[in-house]
Every structure is written in structure tokens, then in C-alpha cells.
Design a protein around this ligand. Structure first.
Ligand code: MBD
Ligand code: FE
Length: 282
């Protein structure tokens, strides 16, 4: 008989924690002692100030302690940090960069997805649910030079809001691919429109959201990393005009430049949209 595995906060949290540990960006994070001193001291001073101003009680202190312990046990640190802090790190990192806007990466990127030609369909199941979407465009430099062979990596949730490798029962590379643009920097990616994403309600992040009376939603989004030799890689996300939670993303990662307005597909079913990427010099 068939046992349908449920998508749980602990399972997707464990996968996200595992993936993050394998990531290069964390290696050689040799942060200067004075910098650690300054940043951690100021973070603690901000916490001390909040405790004094709000007269935080021992009951509240213990609730915080037990919640912090549970976040780690659920593996939800990647989710928590990427939802509530990463947008400011990205804002600072992107301040001086020219070209297309970026936004946060989030916890569900996986490197080395299948390489695909300039016109391609993302790996998906037979009869994958969701509105077909043709996402096409061109990658250029700031001066308009086409970037031949630029790499357009895309990953996104399915029509139920689930990401492959983080929810059970999905093929390994479902809705993940690395498209190599043609000699004019052009690409055409056939996929389906993702559903909005709900933070798991059964984990620590979900418990915080319920306790604070917030909502748990991100608008439907496509994740992208676009890169070319001699250019700065951009990590971004694109949203859909009129979609739910475009104006109240829990992860604060929507920017006006990142909202798509697809029209009906010229050929076949579904919708299509053109979006060009402009990469700054490295
Ligand atoms: C996501 O899909 C996401 O993109 C982010 C940033 C956080 C949680 C889930
Ligand atoms: Fe996402």
C-alpha cells in the first residue's frame, strides 16, 4: 500500500540546514575580531534596550529560550533568517550595483541543476499541474552588449507551493534548471506558474507567526540566478502582478521592478512574458 509522506516543517528544515552546510559561501568566513566585537556588542545592546523599555518578564525570557532551542531542532534557522533578515543584507549588498535588481536567495536554492539549451522546458512531471508559462528574454551588459552563453538558473515551487528536494515525493530536479543563453544572450524557458508559498505552520517559524498574529505567505515567485563571465552574478525573484501577497510578502523581498505582467501565450496554452537581465561588470 502507498504511504503518502507529508511535507513537514522538520523535514524541509532539515533539508535546508543540510544544503546550507554544503555551501561554499560559509567556508573561510574569517571575520575580523574587531568586526565580531562591534556587531555582536551592538546586537546585544539592542536586545538589552528592548528588555528594559518593554520590561520583559522571566516568563517571556523563558518562552524565547525554549523557542530558540526549538528553531534549531526543527532545522528552521535557514528559513527564519532568510525570511526575516536576508532582505536587509541583500539591500546593503546590492546598493552600488548597476543593472537589474536583485532580491533574496531564500533557503531553497540547489546548485548544479540540469544544464539546458537556450530554449528549454524545466524538468517536470508528466501532466505537471499549473498554468503553462513561457519566460523569455535576453541577458546583456549595462551598455546593452548581448552576453553570449549567459547562464540563467531558475528554480521555483510547484502548483501546490512545494520545492523539489525540500518536500517529499517530488522528482529530484523538478522545476529546477540552468539554461544556457544563445550567442545573442537570448533564452526561452517553458515552465508552469508557481503557487504562493506558505511558511510551514507546524514548525517554529509557524508558531512565531501564529503567536504574533502575522500571516505566513510569500507571493508566487520565480527564483533566478543570472551570470556571465566578467559580470556580477545576480540573484533575484520575479512576482506576478495582481497575485496574492505581492504587497505584503512576509519575507519583504518584493520590489516594483520585479513584478511581471504576463499576457496570453502567442502559441499554445497559458501565458508568456519577456524580461531582460542587465548584468554589471565584475
Ligand atoms: C521561500 O520560497 C522563499 O523564497 C524564501 C525567501 C523564504 C521561504 C520560502
Ligand atoms: Fe521561494
Amino acid at each position: 500500500d502507498i504511504i503518502t509522506e507529508q511535507a513537514t516543517a522538520a523535514a524541509s528544515g532539515a533539508a535546508a540546514t543540510e544544503k546550507f552546510r554544503g555551501k561554499q559561501r560559509t567556508e573561510g568566513a574569517d571575520v575580523d575580531t574587531r568586526r565580531v566585537d562591534t556587531l555582536v556588542s551592538e546586537l546585544l545592546a539592542a536586545a538589552h534596550d528592548i528588555i528594559r523599555r518593554h520590561k520583559v518578564t522571566y516568563a517571556e525570557y523563558d518562552a524565547l529560550k525554549s523557542w530558540l532551542i526549538q528553531v534549531g531542532q526543527d532545522g528552521e534557522w535557514p528559513l527564519f533568517l532568510d525570511v526575516w533578515l536576508e532582505h536587509v543584507v541583500e539591500e546593503v549588498a546590492g546598493e552600488d550595483r548597476e543593472g537589474s535588481k536583485g532580491t533574496i536567495e531564500g533557503p531553497y536554492y540547489v546548485p548544479d541543476s540540469p544544464r539546458l539549451p537556450a530554449e528549454a522546458t524545466l524538468p517536470m512531471r508528466d501532466g505537471e499541474e499549473g498554468t503553462p508559462l513561457l519566460f523569455q528574454g535576453r541577458v546583456t551588459g549595462v551598455d546593452g552588449t548581448p552576453l553570449a552563453g549567459a547562464l540563467v538558473e531558475m528554480w521555483h515551487a510547484d502548483n501546490d507551493g512545494f520545492y523539489s528536494q525540500f518536500a517529499p515525493g517530488l522528482p529530484e530536479w523538478n522545476l529546477r534548471g540552468a539554461v544556457v543563453a544563445d550567442d545573442q544572450g537570448n533564452f526561452k524557458i517553458h515552465t508552469i506558474e508557481p503557487a504562493p508559498y506558505q511558511i510551514p505552520t507546524d514548525g517554529s517559524c509557524g508558531r512565531l507567526i501564529a503567536a504574533a498574529g502575522w500571516h505566513a505567505w510569500r507571493p508566487a515567485h520565480l527564483h533566478l540566478k543570472v551570470s556571465a563571465p566578467g559580470r556580477q552574478l545576480i540573484t533575484t525573484q520575479l512576482y506576478f502582478k495582481g497575485g496574492s501577497h505581492v504587497s505584503d510578502d512576509i519575507a519583504s523581498a518584493v520590489k516594483p521592478e520585479l513584478i511581471l505582467d504576463p499576457g496570453p501565450a502567442a502559441h499554445g496554452a497559458g501565458r508568456e512574458v519577456t524580461y531582460d537581465f542587465v548584468l554589471d561588470k565584475a
